[in-house]
Design a protein around this ligand. Structure first.
Ligand code: NAP
Length: 231
């Protein structure tokens, strides 16, 4: 009998970057498709053989703990679920800080913690979809950037503590997704998705990290839109 294919869990797979990562991994991996939109996950699962929906609200620790039951071996964990809530420090209330950190940091830490035994069992890969905002903070992006700086610190600590795992932080610039539509609406400009990275281009960077030869560890991957796309 053939060995089973490696298993990947991709959060945020219902749309955007996570959906593109799921499509990129599907030819080689069985997949658990994370998100909350059950209909979108069912639709993607029908398209990708070897995949199934894994619907959970990741800020609910009990629901997350229940959802990981039975995952004893995991080869790849991609954290793409996230929120991007913008505003200056002057206009950002505590509930925005808390929500942004809850989704972008605490939920990532808890899901990783729960899955560590399964990841250790394979010597697996943890991919953190971070952001350019995890490398430099700009005016109007304070709480989002702070959450992504925290996510980078989480990744650095995890890499140091779990040498058998590979921990890959991917830092994309602006990507053509629903989140970016919200950003542009906030900024008050016209949306032109062609000026941004395609989700598939970020997925290709994730794939590069996961398929790197076993002796190689791509710890940080920075992906910017080409300058001549910016107009
Ligand atoms: P998106 O299109 O808005 O999709 C967000 C995904 O996260 C959806 O699948 C959503 O599930 C899931 N999600 C959000 N909150 C969740 C929660 N509490 N529990 C479970 N799932 C949750 O976003 P995206 O643009 O693909 O962004 C993906 C990641 O890339 C984020 O971490 C973001 O910070 C990062 N990033 C994005 C850009 C960009 O320009 N778009 C640039 C750099 C980095 P539902 O469909 O169920 O809501």
């Amino acid at each position: 009998m053939n060995d089973p294919r490696p298993l990947a869990l991709v959060t945020g797979a219902s749309r955007g970057i996570g959906a593109a990562v799921a499509r990129a991994l599907a030819p080689t991996h069985d997949l658990l498709l994370g998100g909350r939109d059950a209909a979108a996950l069912e639709k993607l699962a029908a398209e990708l053989p070897g995949s199934r929906p894994w619907a959970v609200e990741l800020t609910d620790p009990e629901a997350t703990a229940a959802a990981v039951q039975g995952i004893d071996r995991l080869d790849v964990l991609v954290h793409s679920a996230g929120v991007g809530m913008l505003g200056t420090i002057a206009e950002t209330p505590p509930e925005t800080w808390r929500r942004q950190f809850d989704v972008n940091v605490v939920a990532v830490a808890e899901l990783t913690r729960l899955l560590l035994p399964a990841l250790r069992a394979t010597g697996g890969d943890v991919v953190l979809v971070n952001s350019g905002s995890g490398l430099a903070a700009r005016a109007g992006w304070g709480s989002y950037a702070a959450s992504k700086f925290a996510l980078r610190a989480f990744g650095d600590a995890l890499r140091a503590e779990e040498p058998a795992l590979r921990v890959i932080s991917v830092h994309p610039g602006r990507v053509d997704t629903d989140m970016q539509r919200g950003v542009v609406a906030h900024e008050g400009g016209e949306y032109d998705g062609a000026r941004f990275l395609r989700p598939e281009s970020v997925a290709a960077a994730v794939l590069a990290g996961v398929t790197a030869s076993p002796d190689a560890h791509l710890t940080e991957i920075v992906v910017r839109p080409r300058a001549d796309l910016r107009g």
